[in-house]
Design a protein around this ligand. Sequence first.
Ligand SMILES: C[S@@+](CC[C@H](N)C(=O)[O-])C[C@H]1O[C@@H](n2cnc3c(N)ncnc32)[C@H](O)[C@@H]1O
Length: 147
Amino acid sequence: MTTTSTTAYWDLHWAGGRRYRQFDGPEQRLMDEYLGPSRGRPALDLGCGDGALARHLHHELGYRTTGIDISPSAVAPAADDEGPAPGPAWQCADITTSDLTGLPEPPYAVITCRRPVSPAETEILTFGWSAVQTADLDVLRCYALRH
Ligand SMILES: C[S@@+](CC[C@H](N)C(=O)[O-])C[C@H]1O[C@@H](n2cnc3c(N)ncnc32)[C@H](O)[C@@H]1O
């Protein structure tokens, strides 16, 4: 069965050239404002796609970042898109079924996940955190969840 959580589903999207809303200036500024400088801490970006957010965390904010995605067709170009400085670590894995104990550098100071969420998912995602900050950005709503 192909569902929205399978490799086949997502790989078809990435291999077929499907791209998602760019991680651009306003979102970058919000990320910088909420997270601030890394002070050398590790970060994990779940469902990193083309890796734009992971690269921003790593190169601009200084987090030692790992990007993880289920789709080989997303992770391979993300890993190839290296500049002169060493970039994030990349892992191709399903976060719902893989053994994640082998990820580099846990526990993570910051875990990001940039994706569309339904109102029902939002309620589940934001429940039980001691601080939930939200910001509206055009068609995006950003959540910063902290213990
Ligand atoms: C809507 S896209 C967003 C991609 C990227 N975060 C961005 O903002 O451009 C969702 C991403 O999550 C990945 N993904 C979906 N299910 C996953 C899973 N179970 N484990 C890891 N990655 C997953 C997909 O391959 C896809 O790259």
